[in-house]
Design a protein around this ligand. Sequence first.
Ligand code: PGA
Length: 263
Amino acid sequence: MEIIITPDYESMSKTSAEIIAKEIRRKHDLVLGLATGDTPIGTYRELANLHKAEGLDFSKITTFNLDEYLDLAPLHKNSYNYFMWENLFKHVNISPHKVFVPQGNTDDPEVFSDWYERQIRDAGGIDLQVLGIGRDGHIGFNEPGSSFASRTRVKGLYEQTIKDNARFFDKEEDVPRFAITMGIGTIMEAKKILLIANGEAKAEVCREFIEGPVTSQITASALQLHSYAIVILDAEAASKLKRKEYYNWIRDNKHIVRKQIGR
Ligand code: PGA
């Protein structure tokens, strides 16, 4: 994993948006995996800015979102589909028929999940997957104990996740207890992965998934097994890392590293 430590939320967002934009410029029909939550809002704002300022072109890209609450209709104001339109899609020239978000109110989540996996495959697989991380180490809604081989399916949410996400709802009881989420196996098949995290509340889990053992108890730790994963943290999220100096040294000598690994 390449660890990039930035001073604050704004620079984390700018750095991640630049990486995504570079991939879009490199491949106009990029297949982009997307995440929701507070963390990527700044990144999406930056991408919208790049679209406006430089004409960054989204017209040919296909997107697949990681997850969606079960039973929420796509236009529900708390749905992740709604979030994506509000925070990114409506600000750029994306083709609505190339946007995929799991359908929370599907009649048959199992059939839907298989269909979603097929759409990803038919699109040629995900080129770049953007991830946030939950305080319990989840990526997507792959809560502790999720199999590293898991595919898109329904998962029950952890109590902590329900509490953390209650801020978006009128009251905690309204937070759905289940979600449809890509599996760890699905995520790990992305050619490149970009995980972003900010804030002190994520410091402990960032130390665990970056420097701790690979374990299904912290599902983000699976990224240690990925061949091309970039992690961008702000200073607070990086505050408990033990090998910060080393990551910074690598960053400052990136031109040498790039030459070595051909990036
Ligand atoms: P957050 O959520 O960005 O709102 O902190 C991240 C996550 O749960 O994956």
